[in-house]
Design a protein around this ligand. Structure first.
Ligand SMILES: Cc1ncc(COP(=O)(O)O)c(C=O)c1O
Length: 450
């Protein structure tokens, strides 16, 4: 039966008249009406398996009953009282739990916010205040958010930077270690890790390390296309930080809360960050962010240096406490690892069959699948990404891409094996239809992508 999208399309048209274009990247006309677990229903009654999990914000799945109950209970008690002036039991409880689950066996404290971007701004503030230094190092291809501070850290799209300056100065970007597409054009295994040498060079020639407050790194570059850095690189970078009194900040907004098969992405690298930045999945879709850092760093600023009327909102805190309990009770960290390994294996099989797949990368249920034009040039295949994602949508799978050509596979961690399998089947069917020329070019106009 042909699917209908009339109500969805109508809403998109109205939306374009009244909502700013700056806040949405269009893939296809999906207007969410209902969602549960890993299944989303649109306004026209079509159902989808969700491989996006609201951009990684719903590791516990849509409307998990324990999260819903926690939210309802809190709303019945009181909705909000600013923690800018008064205290809140839930914030204390949540802070204790965050301190417990984050790596690092040292005293820690927490500062709350509303969304990943503001937490990165806070991390800049705390690291500058604590070290008394101004310079920050982050990475080309990184995405840290959309407030002025986090835009200054990010280096992924000129669209985020044009027309709005000046942004923060004293932020230096170095290449993210990306072996499949080495930004320095070296070959993996024979490069001698020239990328870390570049940084050592910078420290010797133009970037005084004693002026650097922090390095901010995504442990796995998410929007850059699920780029997993070599373990040795992270270890050496961390050592360089320690040798020079530079704070190491892990931005876990996308990779945290079980997404990679560990509580936090940085745990794959055996280093203990001085500050961990979190958001998205922390409260199963409620607005909340947190900065968890060494106590002495988190005590380096006085109020109101990082205070928002709504920070650590009680309803969000109640959802976050429920979220942590669910992740523990349902063993979602382990589930992410096991299902992730299975999905990676299936994608490797697809890579064997279809030349269009150039690389498959992943940790837990955080997987990127590179679509390329050919295996010699490795040219990014944006057309294939647009068409395949659109066809998946038509077949009942929410699949998007980032970095122009990388399929983003980040379903809720509660997804069942059957749902995962069906989603993977839909991807294969769509790849076949793309290769057979069955997906019309008109889609290229509509799907914008990222
Ligand atoms: C690694 C990372 N940091 C920060 C952010 C910004 O978070 P938010 O959009 O909640 O402000 C994102 C969002 O995608 C992200 O992926």
């Amino acid at each position: 039966m042909e699917k209908k999208y009339e109500k969805c399309v109508e809403t998109c048209k109205e939306d374009s008249k009244v909502v700013s274009f700056a806040s949405r990247i269009h893939y296809y006309p999906l207007v969410v009406k209902k969602a549960k677990g890993a299944i989303v229903e649109d306004l026209d009654g079509n159902e989808y398996i969700d491989f996006l999990a609201s951009a990684g914000a719903l590791n516990t799945g849509h409307s998990h009953e324990n999260v819903v109950e926690a939210i309802k209970n809190q709303v019945d008690n009181f909705i909000h009282y600013t923690t800018g002036y008064m205290y809140n039991r839930l914030q204390v409880e949540l802070a204790k739990r965050l301190i417990e689950i984050t790596p690092g066996n040292f005293p820690k404290k927490v500062a709350f916010g509303l969304t990943g971007s503001d937490a990165n701004d806070g991390a800049i503030k705390f690291s500058r205040a604590y070290t008394g230094r101004r310079k920050i190092i982050s990475f080309i291809k990184s995405y840290h958010g959309s407030t002025f501070g986090s835009i200054s850290l990010s280096a992924i799209s000129l669209k985020m930077r044009r027309k709005i300056g000046p942004i923060l100065n004293e932020v230096y970007h170095i290449p993210y270690p990306f072996c499949y597409r080495c930004p320095l054009s070296y070959k993996k295994d024979s490069c001698g890790m020239v990328c870390i040498k570049e940084l050592e060079n910078a420290f010797e020639s133009f970037l005084p390390p004693e002026e650097v407050a922090a390095v901010v790194m995504e442990p796995i570059a998410g929007d850059g296309g699920i780029i997993i850095p070599p373990k040795e690189y992270v270890k050496r970078l961390y050592q360089l930080c320690k040798e020079n009194g530079i704070l190491f900040i892990s931005d876990e907004v996308q990779q945290g809360f079980g997404r990679t098969g560990k509580w936090f992405g940085i745990e794959h690298f055996n280093v203990e960050p001085d500050i961990i930045v979190m958001g998205k999945a922390i409260a199963s879709g409620m607005p909340l962010s947190a900065i968890v850092g060494r106590s002495e760093i988190m005590d380096s600023l006085e109020a109101p240096a990082h205070l928002f009327t709504m920070n650590g909102h009680p309803v969000s805190c109640s959802a976050a406490i429920a979220t942590i309990d669910i992740i523990k009770d349902e063993k979602l960290v382990e589930k992410s690892r096991v299902l992730g390994e299975y999905a990676l294996m299936r994608f490797e099989e697809l890579k064997e069959k279809y030349e269009i797949i150039g690389d498959v990368r992943g940790c837990g249920l955080s997987i990127g699948v590179e679509l390329i034009k050919d295996r010699k040039s490795l040219e990014r295949n944006n057309e294939a990404a647009k068409k395949i994602c659109y066809r998946c949508f038509e077949k009942g799978l929410i699949l998007t891409f980032f970095a122009g050509n990388v399929l983003r596979v980040q379903p809720p961690l509660v997804i069942t094996k059957e749902e995962l399998d069906r989603g993977l089947d839909i991807i294969e069917e769509s790849i076949i239809e793309y290769l057979e020329g069955k997906i019309p070019d008109s889609i290229l106009e509509e799907s914008k992508g990222w």
